[in-house]
Write a protein of this length. Structure first.
Ligand SMILES: [Zn+2]
Length: 196
């Protein structure tokens, strides 16, 4: 008797709510709908993406061409724009899956909590973003929390200090999470198959 194929029953968490996997459609799995003023645009001004109208228009073009979902890979920090992500999704009809997690160290000031909080504290921030909603930041300070929930964990890069492994986030949230690493792929013990 052949072993049964694993059955994955899940939802995809978008900024407008959870959807069934069959509604994801044609998807771009690493996009940047918004990059608000911050380290990226200080390094390269062309990286600034802070125009709701332009992003919404581009997403409408994507939808007209058959696109249905993007993953906005902008992780925790002042450059991410949860409220605008939701508005752009509503205005375009494109599902937007938002990221939590942390960017590479070069995208944060040396005093940022990213470099000094424990793995458990960082994981708690990420889990709260998936379960309750993402925070909006000014520098390292939370300006406000939103009810716009994150889907995937963002890029835990090779330079990151040890952070709670993806499995911990999965067990706390019940979500399957795509994950991006630096040089080495993360260990994904649950057969979730995420990579890239
Ligand atoms: Zn990116």
């Amino acid at each position: 008797m052949e072993p049964e194929a694993p059955t994955v029953i899940g939802l995809v968490r978008t900024v407008c709510g959870d959807i069934l996997p069959e509604h994801v459609g044609l998807a771009h799995c690493h996009e940047h709908a918004f990059i608000l003023p911050g380290p990226s645009s200080r390094v390269n001004p062309s990286l600034l993406l802070d125009d709701l109208e332009k992003t919404s228009a581009e997403l409408r073009e994507f939808h007209a061409a058959g696109g249905r979902t993007i993953v906005d890979a902008q992780p925790i920090g002042e450059e991410r724009a949860p409220t605008m992500q939701r508005l752009a999704s509503q205005r375009s009809g494109v599902h937007v899956v938002a990221a939590t997690g942390l960017h590479r160290g070069i995208y944060y000031d040396a005093s940022h909590f990213r470099f000094r909080e424990s793995a458990a504290a960082l994981a708690a921030r990420m889990i709260a973003e998936i379960v309750d909603g993402m925070a909006e930041y000014r520098g390292a300070e939370v300006v406000r929390t939103t009810d716009v929930r994150a889907g995937p964990i963002g890029p835990p890069a090779a330079s990151l200090r040890p952070v709670a492994p993806p499995a911990e986030k999965r067990s706390a949230t019940g979500l399957l999470l795509p994950c991006r690493s630096g040089r080495r792929p993360p260990r994904l013990p649950l057969g979730s198959g995420g990579q890239g």
